[in-house]
Design a binder for this molecule. Structure first.
Ligand code: ARG
Length: 587
């Protein structure tokens, strides 16, 4: 139970004893921390429901709570808010409960689930760009949060490796190197194991092909034809395509690794291709498929729809599958190979309608309860002009360039701030990359997922304020405070005794961790943990400014402060890990 849950239960019981709904007892941290630590506003609604005076009811509830030794003070304020302050002993006792163990007071889920999380979606032969950045950053953090609370999560990259771009690449390469065996339909030998191109060729060929297809209908037809032959299994095309996928995957994996993002499954859209024929036959026999101008569709609209929800197109009139077909088949595949309780997609908000169609079709097909298919969409990273972020040249910024940019910028900042002085070149670079990536990730995660935000490197990179670099620095500093205490033989940590207001404030932040984890999980909202990390860092810095630790004369107080500091170190390290940061050991 989190502290807020524990308090809500106590206050809820008091409401129940008055014959009122237990739920009125919900307790949260006080809006005015100068007046109290926690508050319950339930008396207002409760009084309304039974036509009583809210203040009088609040007084009655407060009266019932006063015999609890937990509280230092209970007051009723304004129209009937119940303000609660805990005794220092109750705070210390609860800190004692979470001091050992590796969860540092983090909440654990009573009924864990098995979840497939889809937070990649990069496309073969197209460089990873910032559009894929948010999915990866948010998805990685959510995966870690879900795992921490106890869920079993399988992360799937869901590579975009099927469809028209593949045919475009094949035809473009055929124009450049027509003599390769892959293009000879009568070739019966074995294809070379080495790819005929390098990654840079792919990244050149794809935009070239896509422009050519836009400008020239003949080229577009060629590419469509090649796509369809590839999908039907033409061996030379398949062999070539496997090279494309392998080349791309290697580079995509490296870039994700630099961001601290990993996947358990490296499946792609192509993996479900073999399922599609049988899937379609079964859907037809269930009577779910209709003909519409030669195309085959599944209707998903409902009478109460406020917006039009068009049917999911299973096959186009030329027989080609769509993005919807592969996503539907992927659900079937995930059910068969992972039997998950839930599937979560971390994908751009522009795909909301797509997922609505796919989820409804999956439910009609009997594959999955649409309630347990979640599209966690997110807003856009914008430039200072408020439009989706572009490079100065007007293109989408490549992830590789972005990582290089933040690393360089971090190097400057680190030097300006007099950090990492005298470190070797390798370590400096490593610290800079960690700081740069943390700056980027924190800026992304600290906004509510659904909001757009503005890309502003100067702000992201600051060592003061609510930023990634500040938090990394804070965590390194706590570690160094503890290391120095050890050098000074300050002794072992001991039971927490609270005296200074800064100690009390820090204790409350440490104890709020459980609720932060619960809320971050429940709302799928890493920004809640960003807030917690920031409060923890600030709480520590005020505590450290006001209270001696290693130099404290009183052994009991010194031991208590060592406990507080090491709990901050542990909890902050854990939160930074849940956010997906990689903290340097020193900086
Ligand atoms: N490859 C897609 C894109 O770049 C994203 C895939 C997202 N995941 C999914 N299951 N549809 O737009």
């Amino acid at each position: 139970m989190t502290l807020s849950e524990e308090l809500s239960k106590i206050v809820g019981d008091a409401f129940a004893d008055e014959g009122l709904d237990f739920a009125f007892g919900a307790v949260k941290p006080a809006d005015r921390p100068d007046l109290a630590q926690f508050q319950c506003n339930g008396a207002l609604a409760a009084a309304k429901s039974v036509k009583q005076n809210p203040r009088a009811l609040a007084e009655t509830i407060a009266g019932r709570l006063r015999d609890q030794t937990l509280f230092q003070e209970i007051t009723v304020a304004g129209p009937g808010f119940i303000n609660l302050t805990l005794t220092d002993n109750s705070l210390s006792a609860r800190l004692g409960d979470i001091a050992d163990g590796d969860s540092f007071g983090g909440w654990r889920k009573p009924a864990p689930e098995k979840i497939v999380m889809d937070y990649g979606g990069p496309n073969v032969a197209k460089p990873l760009h910032v559009g894929h950045l948010r999915a990866a950053i948010i998805g990685e953090s959510l995966k870690r949060i879900f795992r921490f609370v106890g869920d079993q999560v399988v992360g799937d990259v869901h590579l975009g490796d099927w469809g028209l771009p593949m045919g475009q690449l094949i035809t473009e390469l055929r124009r450049e190197q027509p003599d390769l065996p892959y293009f000879d339909a009568d070739f019966s030998g074995s294809y070379p194991s080495e790819p005929p191109v390098v990654l840079a060729d792919l990244e050149r060929l794809y935009p070239q092909a896509s422009a050519a297809c836009k400008a020239d209908a003949v080229r577009a037809d060629e590419a469509r034809e090649a796509t369809s032959e590839l999908q039907k299994g033409r061996t030379g095309y398949r062999a070539l395509w496997r090279h494309f996928v392998a080349l791309s995957r290697a580079s995509i994996e490296r870039e994700y690794a630099d961001l601290g993002v990993t996947f358990d499954l490296w499946k792609g859209e192509a993996d479900v291709d073999p399922l599609i024929e049988d899937m379609a036959a079964a859907l037809r026999s269930k009577g779910l498929v209709e003909n519409s101008d030669g195309a085959q569709i599944i209707r998903v609209a409902r009478d109460d729809d406020r917006k039009e929800v068009p049917p999911l197109m299973l096959f186009k009139s030329d027989g080609a599958v769509t993005y919807g077909t592969t996503d539907l088949a992927t659900i079937l595949d995930r059910v068969q190979s992972e039997s998950p309780d839930r599937i979560i997609y971390v994908v751009d908000q522009r795909q909301r309608l797509h997922f609505e169609q796919v989820f409804r079709a999956a439910e009609r097909a009997g594959y999955f309860d649409a309630e347990k298919l979640e599209h966690l969409w997110f807003g856009t990273m914008n430039g200072k002009d408020g439009k989706p972020f572009k490079t100065r040249e007007g293109g989408a910024l490549r992830l590789r360039d972005l990582i290089d940019t933040v690393t360089e910028r971090a190097k400057l900042r680190i030097a300006e701030s007099g950090l990492a002085e005298g470190y070797g070149e390798e370590e400096t670079h490593d610290v800079a990359r960690k700081v740069g990536v943390a700056a980027l990730k924190f800026a992304d995660l600290s906004n509510p997922r659904v909001s757009d935000y503005i890309f502003d490197l100067d702000r992201f990179m600051a060592f003061e304020g609510k930023t990634g670099p500040y938090l990394l620095y804070a965590s390194v500093r706590v570690k160094s405070v503890l290391a120095k205490a050890k050098e000074k033989n300050a002794g072992a940590p001991g039971a927490v005794v609270i005296e200074a207001p800064e100690e009390r404030a820090l204790a409350l932040v440490l104890l709020a961790f459980g609720e932060a984890v619960r809320e971050a999980h429940q709302k799928r909202a890493p920004h809640v943990l960003c807030d917690h990390a920031f409060q923890l860092a600030q709480g520590f810095s005020k505590f450290y400014a006001a209270c001696r630790i290693a130099d404290e004369q009183d052994a009991e107080i010194r031991a208590s402060r060592l406990t507080l500091a090491s709990m901050v170190g542990g909890q902050l390290g854990l939160v930074l890990n849940l956010l997906g940061f990689d903290a340097p050991t020193r900086m």
